[in-house]
Design a binder for this molecule. Structure first.
Ligand code: HEC
Ligand code: HEC
Length: 278
């Protein structure tokens, strides 16, 4: 992230943080090599620019040598070899005009990942020994415009999807859905259905369990958004693993289904006995 000169970040315990006009967010995509010990391959570098004109996105695709990156306004697809040995797959860079389908101006000015839940964890910084808390680091660098409220009132960090921090399958699945789906699936969002996949909304109240889908049953008899114990009739899961778009979710973005994320949602649903009481 690059802030404009003198620009500061406004911290909000819940929801996304606020950033001054002129802030640029940068995200690098690299792929580990299938050959052990070989260098990672640079794929693309994405920029989200937030200024008076609104929020806009741009992607630069790296050449195979990783020596130069070029702006791709119209989007691009190319074939890459999966590092996990799953073979070749099509990698897609969305057109610049498609960035704001997810980076929605109405949702925190289109800044999706920078929030207390996601940044309340330690990371490794260059030239600092060991892991360091990210919010403490931002505070140390003077990036916030005011003193931070007491951490006892902050929401907990999102559960680690791999279960490394000991969270139950439900919390891990809901955390994954929060990050990957909730910016479209929340009240007032573009999906236009009742389902609310934000972490702050309890499972008992998120309009999924024992709730009939509003946008089609994918040909599945007795389909529900979440059918306890049965991912086969649960549209929330079936939309994630559908063979093509539509109906696969998210409606754009990666061409490969995320096996880990899909597995989290499946195992959680299959392990449910009943719906929680609201
Ligand atoms: C399918 C939805 C989707 C599309 C399309 C998409 N993004 Fe994102 N992007 C996300 C999500 C979700 C995050 C936050 C990830 C997280 O929470 O860790 C993100 C994060 C980012 C970030 C870090 C800042 C932030 O908002 O958290 C940048 C920079 C970014 N995307 C650039 C782009 C650009 C440029 C494009 C278009 C070429 C694009 N994105 C298209 C979903 C999308
Ligand atoms: C870019 C916005 C966007 C993102 C991101 C997105 N969705 Fe959707 N979703 C939609 C829209 C729009 C619809 C309604 C159109 C349709 O049925 O395809 C929808 C419909 C659905 C439905 C059907 C709801 C019903 O009541 O029938 C489910 C289930 C769903 N999405 C799950 C997900 C999951 C799971 C994710 C994350 C992996 C996700 N979506 C990410 C926009 C999005």
């Amino acid at each position: 992230m690059a802030l404009p000169a003198g620009g500061k970040v406004t911290f909000h315990p819940d929801g996304g943080w606020s950033f001054p006009d002129g802030t640029v967010f940068i995200k690098h995509f690299v792929m580990p090599s299938a050959t052990p010990g070989a260098a990672d391959r640079k794929i693309e570098t994405r920029f989200i620019v937030k200024d008076q004109a609104g929020t806009r996105g741009f992607s630069y695709a790296w050449n195979a040598a990783g020596s130069e990156a070029n702006l791709v306004m119209a989007g691009a697809t190319f074939t890459l070899s999966a590092p996990d040995g799953a073979g070749d797959f099509t990698y897609a860079i969305p057109a610049a005009s498609a960035c704001t389908t997810c980076h929605l101006a109405a949702v925190n000015d289109g800044v999706l990942g920078l929030e207390t839940r996601q940044l309340r964890r330690a990371t490794r910084y260059p030239d600092v020994a060991g892991d360091f808390d990210q919010i403490a680091a931002w505070k140390h660098w003077g990036l916030f415009d005011a003193a931070l409220p007491d951490p006892s009132g902050w929401p907990a960090a999102l559960p680690s999807p791999d279960g490394g921090d000991g969270h139950a399958p439900e919390a891990r699945a809901l955390g994954w859905l929060h990050t990957n789906c909730a910016f479209c699936h929340q009240p007032g969002g573009p999906a236009g259905t009742a389902m609310d996949l934000r972490m702050a909304t309890l499972f008992a109240a998120n309009a999924t369990c024992d709730v009939a889908p509003q946008r089609g049953a994918m040909g599945i008899a007795n389909a529900l958004l979440v059918a306890p114990g049965d991912s086969a009739t649960s549209i929330l899961y079936q939309r994630i693993v559908a063979a093509s778009r539509p109906p696969r979710m998210p409606p754009l973005g990666p061409t490969r289904i995320d096996p880990d994320g899909a597995g989290l949602v499946r195992d959680w649903i299959d392990g449910l006995d009943t719906c929680p009481t609201p």
